[in-house]
Ligand binder design. Structure first.
Ligand code: NAD
Length: 486
């Protein structure tokens, strides 16, 4: 099961593969059974500082920031082609690190290739605009320029996807970067640096450091030579990073958590609502920032809908990444599993009704992995811990509503605002509710689809800024006004 071709040196700094100065390493183990997947370097502050210095030099002294955006776009298209060519290698590496089903990793790889293709295609399409000065004797224009050195810090649930959403637009705009992926899932970031090199990325433009958040991630948030820090991860870490970044007033982009409502009206197609409610929350064992973990059901259909969801949840097949029958997999780590257990225990203690799950599955085949049964908590109280906090596991909470206003009020009663779903047969109502929801993405009669050309991000404490779409490129650009007195 091991990945023989991933071994130190695994830090990529100034165009070279190097080992951590301290000689530190970390073992990466598959969450499905604890098998050793690879050993990688464990960087410390000094490695991170070397990487920042390399990215700074490449930004200030190489021609990269002023290179043709069309050429940068071509490079991204070449990366996309490499990702398509090597899809299976990338997908297997992702599945080994995360325990995610191979079939899901393959879909992720298609999405990642599409992301590079999208930013490759739009890289040169918007240089800025002429501005009317009101005078024939003055010329005025606004032009877009790269921000500078970008620090990127990413999580373990969609390891390469979250990296792609940052690296592709940053390079399209002409920035240099230092990437620190999650210490739990570094493999595909290593493979991506190889792909960028093969595609022709100049030395120093893209740098990779592997290590802990507190050690290596903190350097990227604090360093005076980092102009922007783009972070995807938990709310608590996001606050720490924003506070650290404030000292140098660097730009901050945050993609944080969500406790995403999924509203089902009584007129919704029953089977469709059940199917989507299940995938909304149990995909990747609920380790999805936009998981529909908070079902909000109209009174009339509550009992029938929840009974059917419970029945189906009990039939979900659990297994490892290469188990073709599996419909969902393990959690990322023993530590995370114990957090999910605590979340369920606390929710039940405050009054939630445990309808199914709430424990690890029986059987020897699950003993060495971090598995947890699909869980349904019914009759949770509004404003309670269960509906306010993200479990980031396979746990569905259920609330009831009476009418449209009630549904919108309950769904908006959260400090998060990442994504939401609405199931109804009434198209007008679907649109009305979507317009009133304070969430960055709203799906009507669907859950989870996203497009590289459509912005992604959070309202309220789900984040700051947007990834993907035109605005996703804009995060990595400065607008400069040039006024010329003729
Ligand atoms: P996390 O916040 O624990 O870690 C994310 C990254 O931050 C890791 O690389 C980690 O090493 C680093 N980090 C930790 N402490 C740090 C510090 N003090 N300074 C700098 N970096 C630090 O999150 P996680 O457990 O890896 O991921 C799960 C979370 O990510 C969930 O809350 C989920 O909702 C969120 N997420 C959000 C999106 C989105 O698009 N909004 C996407 C995926 C995941």
């Amino acid at each position: 099961m091991s990945q023989a071709d991933i071994a130190p040196p695994t830090l990529f700094i100034d165009g070279e593969w190097v080992s951590a100065v301290s000689g530190g390493t970390r073992e990466i183990r598959c969450p499905a059974d604890g098998t050793l997947v690879s050993t990688v370097d464990e960087a410390d502050r000094s490695d991170a500082e070397r990487a920042v210095a390399a990215a700074r030099r490449a930004f200030d002294d190489s021609g990269w920031p002023s290179s043709s955006p069309w050429e940068r776009g071509d490079l991204l298209l070449r990366v996309s082609d490499i990702l398509v060519r090597d899809k299976e290698t990338f997908a297997r590496a992702e599945s080994l690190d995360t325990g995610k089903r191979l079939v899901e990793s393959r879909i992720d790889m298609d999405d990642i290739a599409a992301c590079f293709r999208y930013f490759g295609k739009i890289a040169g399409t918007d240089a800025g605009r002429l501005v009317d000065t009101g005078s024939p004797d003055a010329l005025s224009r606004v032009q877009y320029e790269p921000v500078g050195v970008c620090g990127m810090i990413t999580p373990w649930n969609y390891p390469l996807l979250q990296v792609a959403w940052k690296v592709a637009p940053a390079l399209a705009a002409g920035n240099t970067f230092v990437l620190k992926p999650s210490e739990l899932t570094p493999s595909t970031a290593i493979l991506l640096m190889r792909a960028l090199t093969e595609a022709g990325l100049p030395a120093g433009v893209g740098n990779l450091v592997l290590g802990s958040g507190a050690e290596v991630g903190a350097v990227l948030a604090e360093h005076k030579d980092v102009d922007l820090v783009s972070f995807t991860g938990g709310l608590h870490t996001g606050r720490t990073i924003a506070a650290a970044a404030a000292a140098t007033v660097k730009k901050v982009a945050l993609e944080l958590g969500g406790k995403n409502p999924n509203i089902v009206f009584a007129d919704a197609d029953f089977d469709t609502a059940v199917d989507y409610a299940l995938t909304a929350v149990f995909l990747h064992s609920g380790q999805v920032c936009s998981a529909g973990a908070r079902l909000i059901v109209q009174d009339e259909v509550h009992d029938a809908l929840v009974d059917e969801i419970v029945r189906c949840a009990e039939q979900i097949r659990i297994g490892g990444p290469f188990d073709e029958d599996a419909e969902t997999g393990p959690l990322i780590s023993a530590e995370h599993l114990s957090k999910v257990e605590d979340y369920v225990a606390k929710s039940v203690a405050e009054g939630a009704v445990l309808r199914t799950g709430g424990r690890r599955p029986d059987g020897d085949r699950y003993a060495r992995g971090h598995y947890y049964l699909p869980t349904v908590l019914d009759e949770v109280a509004q404003g309670s811990f269960a509906v306010s906090e993200e479990s980031f596991g396979p746990v569905l909470t259920v609330e009831r509503f009476t009418d449209e206003d009630d549904a919108v009020r309950i769904a908006n009663d959260t400090h998060y605002g990442l994504a939401a779903g609405v199931f109804t047969a009434d198209a007008g109502r679907g649109q009305r509710v979507a317009n009133r929801l304070r969430h960055g993405t709203v799906w009507i009669n669907d859950f989870h689809p996203y497009l590289p050309q459509a912005e992604w991000g959070g309202f309220k404490q789900s984040g700051v800024g947007r990834e993907l779409g035109r605005a996703g490129l804009g995060e990595y650009q400065e607008a400069k006004h040039v006024y010329h007195n003729l």
